[in-house]
Design a protein around this ligand. Structure first.
Ligand SMILES: Cc1ncc(COP(=O)(O)O)c(C=O)c1O
Length: 381
């Protein structure tokens, strides 16, 4: 069988091992240690925020963001519908009502006009959300200015889910710096990885101190184990933070490499009728974490995304559908949803027609060529 091409595999540089060896040599194996502190400092500096907290996952970071904003049982949160379930899972589990907001076609991220409708609707019934969850999908920022202005007008704090967008910028400013709290993920498929991990970011240093306390079992300052509140065990280990530091040294190269993969796909597949790549508005500097595209609007005139996935799977190439929006998930069958326009559901359309191509920063030219040929073949070109 020919070698498998994965969607977005880890890409190690070699520098990670040096950091891991440092951790072993100094016996900082137990949780926390100097790599954790340095990884937090270096990440905060890169993103441009005052404080960062390294955690076991992006999901844990989202959970803590919700805790800090006291989003709880019976509250309402508005969230981008087109996302991975982890964005909302911590809120769902707390008994928070999640209502969903559509994407706009220019960036595939939250539609400002749909958010406006949602907030107006919430204000009308006197129940504003406790938080708005903005998600930067596939390495691209949301259109922050109008979204921030709307949330500011209604006084609703933003949690920015930048799990997929480390290294991307909006009008020159790094994503992960726009939320009251922002979240990164170092899951194995992300642009850099610690094999699993996440980061909570904020300019509110005091809140991050509180999150640090909650993420280490909320131990009161007492000579015995005493708890005035209960917390979680969510901190990243020193060994994994060592991997993260080694990865972070190469973040710019990784962005360049992913954009280069995208450019080649766009060059060689861009003129196939019906194929459209995720747009990059002029305010966005996407990392192209995943190259994503849509097929024709009329499914009777082109292969469906699922048949393309099957065809590429036969030659051992991993291709995935675009996220299935939350408002179409059985678990959220009764949730409220605000489309981009009356009668126009952008995220549902992106899901029905969308595909993610292999986009790893370590992809060889030859691997890219294999994907291109197999994709053309699947579309009968
Ligand atoms: C948009 C989004 N949010 C949240 C997460 C959760 O991150 P983690 O897997 O680190 O918990 C992910 C990825 O896994 C993601 O893609």
């Amino acid at each position: 069988m020919v070698e498998r091409i994965y969607l977005s595999p880890p890409h190690m540089s070699g520098d990670e091992m040096k950091r891991v060896e440092e951790a072993f040599a100094s016996n900082w194996i137990a949780p926390l240690g100097p790599h954790v502190d340095a990884f937090e400092r270096e990440t905060a500096e890169f993103v441009g925020v005052k404080a960062a907290l390294a955690l076991t996952s992006g999901t844990a970071a989202l959970h803590l963001a919700g805790e800090l904003l006291e989003v709880g049982w019976g509250d309402l949160a508005l969230c981008s519908s087109l996302t991975f379930a982890a964005t909302v899972a911590p809120f769902y589990h707390k008994g928070t009502e999640c209502a969903f907001v559509d994407s706009e076609p220019n960036s595939w991220n939250m539609s400002p006009q749909a958010l406006e409708m949602a907030l107006r609707d919430c204000a009308r019934v006197g129940r504003l959300p406790k938080a708005v969850l903005l998600v930067n999908l596939y390495g691209q920022s949301c259109d922050m200015d109008p979204l921030l202005a709307l949330c500011g007008r209604y006084g609703v704090p933003i949690i920015e889910d930048a799990a997929e967008s480390l290294g991307a910028a909006y009008k020159g400013r790094q994503t992960g710096s726009f939320g009251k709290f922002s979240v990164l993920s170092y899951n194995g498929n992300k642009i850099i990885t610690t094999s699993g991990g996440g980061m909570l970011l904020s300019d509110d240093e005091e809140a991050i101190v509180r999150a640090r306390f909650l993420s280490t079992q909320a131990r009161d300052p007492a000579p015995w184990y005493q708890h005035s509140v209960l917390g979680w065990n969510y901190r990243m280990s020193n060994v994994l933070a060592g991997i993260g530091r080694g990865q972070m040294e190469h973040i710019r190269e990784r962005v360049t490499a992913r954009r280069r993969v995208f450019d080649r796909y766009a060059r060689e597949l861009g003129d196939i009728e019906g194929v459209e790549f995720m747009p990059e508005p002029d305010w966005s500097e996407s990392t192209r974490w995943l190259t994503t595209l849509t097929l024709k609007k009329d499914p009777s005139r082109q292969e469906s995304p699922l048949s393309v996935i099957e065809r590429l799977e036969k030659v051992n190439i991993e291709v995935r559908p675009v996220w299935k929006p939350m408002h179409l998930q059985p678990v959220f069958a009764n949730a409220r949803y605000y489309p981009h326009e009356e009668g126009r559901d952008v995220s549902a359309d992106l899901f029905r027609r969308g595909l993610c191509l292999p986009s790893g920063s370590g992809m060889t030219e030859e691997q890219q060529g294999r994907v291109i040929e197999a994709f053309k073949d699947a579309l009968g070109r």
